[in-house]
Design a protein around this ligand. Structure first.
Ligand code: SF4
Length: 494
């Protein structure tokens, strides 16, 4: 048990190779014992405690270093309900200590060569190299100078040259829309996307039926990436097939199960194959799966870091390792949002970071409570985000009372007000009556969203019920895609 952080979830790291110097090994052990007792330190070797109000982010089971996940609640961690959410503690303590401004800096992923090593000697080395060297006496003599030198010292320690994360917004460095989705959103017309789960087998027959059914109604279809840690055909394969069939894909790409190498490689492959919409996600934890659980800490990056890396590959033409990219990938970058997970002010911090890192569009968790959704939008507005990111509000038509209960009670980050669950119950045992009630509820929500300032469209997640999407679009009166052909893209910009 540590003094300042929740108890350690995973085993501490060890260096990937043995340090040759015995005194340094001894010093490292001393540092480990001290920091473990105070912060539950896992010796990640890439300390960002200054940015996280002195709560160690490595105690998050997903190892997230840039904010909470969509399933976090004030009560407990989504992955391990017996402990609090690390990031809740970070936000709460940052508020108490007046350090909220520090929560916006985009923190680097771990440098594997530093993992398991001491950091105090490293800080000492940086201190010696400082031009205006930090002097403890300045704490009394010249506080301003002291805090300037302090900030500079630790900024250099946590932001290595290969990362250089900051708290600034970086607008996309291109002008023409890269995809139909981007082109349609730019017209200002309410835009619809839908979700398709890739096939469970090696046949495209079912996907073909779904693509055919959605084609004239939505601008693009998302292909999920082994959601809930349960394997299906890859998002990339399903996306390429959809493209060939004439429906623009949004390829979901999650951090779970992939290193930074795999993510950059797959994203580049997608661009080469003509997939230009990427949805960057941290991903569900392995414990969400149905099979024997994989090694639990396979999150090399989080969604914020993915966006930071991919935006720089596109706009600056560089890989994370600094290699130049000749033909730059063309991605319209998106991410997910969870308006009902944590309090809006916390969710807005996470969204602010994602937008600064490179998110251009966001698809939200399903909206069942419009008033609470407005609170989240207001929190984004306060941070001046609404004109920097396109927002597609999530819609799930409830197919049955059972589905309503399941989502309300089991799915993290989804909130269904009790009156909506009751309406589904009141529909009785008849399957069709339940479906009709689900459609009526969805249409009521769409009607409100259509007239909500700051909303650019909707993302319909009618997984295994895709045939309902055309009806929702027709009956709600939301427009079908305005621009349907990639050849029209240039005309839109001109
Ligand atoms: S709820 Fe999510 S962000 Fe919070 S500690 Fe658990 S895994 Fe990490």
């Amino acid at each position: 048990m540590s003094l300042f952080s929740p108890r350690r979830y995973q085993a501490p790291f060890k260096p990937y190779r043995r340090e040759e110097s015995a005194p340094i090994r001894l010093f490292t052990s001393f540092e480990q014992v001290t920091k473990s007792a105070l912060f539950g330190c896992r010796m990640c070797g890439n300390c960002i405690l200054q940015e996280t109000a002195f709560v160690c982010p490595m105690t998050c089971p997903k190892g997230l270093r840039n904010g909470l996940c969509g399933g976090a609640t004030p009560e407990a961690c989504e992955v391990d309900p017996t402990r609090p959410c690390t990031w809740y503690m970070i936000y709460e303590r940052a508020e108490k200590l007046g350090r909220e401004d520090r929560l916006l800096e985009i923190n680097a992923p771990l440098d594997g060569s530093r993992v398991g090593n001491e950091t105090w000697l490293d800080v000492g080395r940086l201190w010696r190299a400082q031009e205006e060297r930090l002097n403890p006496l300045d704490f009394v003599r010249d506080k301003e100078k002291f805090s300037r030198s302090w900030d500079e010292l630790f900024l250099n320690a946590r932001q290595p040259d290969w990362w250089q994360g900051d708290s600034e917004y970086h607008p996309p460095a291109y002008t023409e829309p890269l995809s139909l989705l981007e082109a349609n959103l730019r017209t200002g017309v309410f835009t619809t996307t839908a979700e398709i789960a890739p096939p469970l087998d090696a046949s495209f027959a079912i996907e073909d039926r779904k693509v055919c059914c959605l084609q004239d109604y939505v601008v693009a279809a998302n292909f999920t990436d082994s959601a809930s840690a349960t394997p299906r055909m890859s998002s990339m394969a399903a996306s390429v097939h959809s493209l060939q069939e004439g429906l623009e894909p949004v390829m979901q790409l999650q951090a779970r199960d992939r290193t930074r190498v795999a993510i950059a490689s797959e994203a580049m492959g997608a661009a080469g194959l003509g997939i230009h919409n990427l949805l960057c996600l941290s991903g569900d934890h392995h414990s969400a799966g149905i099979g024997p659980m994989a090694k639990p800490d396979q999150f090399d990056l989080d969604a914020v870091q993915m966006l930071w890396i991919l935006r720089r590959m596109r706009d600056e033409g560089i890989y994370l390792d600094g290699r130049k990219i000749k033909a730059r990938p063309q991605w319209f970058l998106g991410t997910a949002a969870s308006p009902f997970g944590a309090p809006p002010k916390y969710e807005a911090i996470r969204m602010h970071k994602k937008v600064n890192a490179g998110a251009q569009f966001v698809q939200t968790q399903p909206v069942f409570d419009h008033d609470r959704f407005l609170e989240w939008l207001e929190a984004l507005d306060k941070r001046d985000l609404l004109d920097k990111v396109y927002i597609l509000a999530g819609i799930i038509p409830l197919k049955s009372a059972r589905a309503a209960h399941f989502m309300a009670e089991e799915v993290a980050g989804v909130y269904i007000p009790p009156e909506i669950v009751k309406r589904m119950d009141d529909a009785g045992d008849d399957k069709v009556a339940q479906q009709e009630t689900g459609v009526a509820i969805a249409l009521e929500i769409i009607e409100k969203l259509k007239n909500t300032a700051g909303i650019n469209g909707m993302h319909v997640m009618a997984v295994h019920w895709e045939e309902i999407v055309p009806r929702l679009i027709d009956e709600s009166g939301v427009p079908r895609p305005v621009i349907k052909d990639l050849a029209e893209l240039k005309a839109v910009v001109a």
